[in-house]
Design a protein. Structure first.
Length: 138
């Protein structure tokens, strides 16, 4: 889900990418919980926060000269969450690496992050709506 370029800015792009990251992490965590009793299952997690922070920093520095690719996207818009398998997961007897307490904690943390992003996105869109209603660029 992209934001139309006519109303897009760095804040909206960043919030959109952050939302993608939290949704991907919630999906990975849900799969891990669903497979908690599957023999040999290796849990996955999403690596995204550091990549998003670095991409936002680069995008902020280059905000005046937005570089688009052949598909009309910026590097920030192309950024996608990366799901990786756990490497150092302690295995149970059945070789399942899911730590259910950790997964529940991760789900709660990511749910809070998701809610905060949605609130910020709502505030940003409300500001745009106010600007449009009041004649914005006059």
């Amino acid at each position: 889900m992209g934001i139309p370029a006519t109303i897009s800015d760095l804040t909206l792009e960043g919030l959109n990418r952050a939302l993608d990251g939290t949704q991907a992490q919630m999906a990975a965590t849900a799969r891990n919980i669903a497979n908690a009793d599957t023999p040999g299952y290796i849990p996955t997690h999403v690596q995204f926060g550091e990549q998003l922070a670095a991409a936002l920093q680069r995008a902020h520095k280059a905000a005046r000269s937005r570089a688009y690719d052949a598909r009309g996207q910026t590097a920030l818009e192309r950024l996608r969450p990366l799901e990786v398998r756990e490497q150092t997961t302690p295995m149970k007897r059945d070789q399942n690496g899911v730590d259910i307490e950790r997964e529940i904690t991760d789900l709660a943390r990511v749910s809070l992050q998701n809610r905060a992003i949605l609130r910020l996105l709502g505030r940003k869109l409300a500001m745009l709506q106010t600007a449009i209603a009041q004649g914005g660029g006059r």
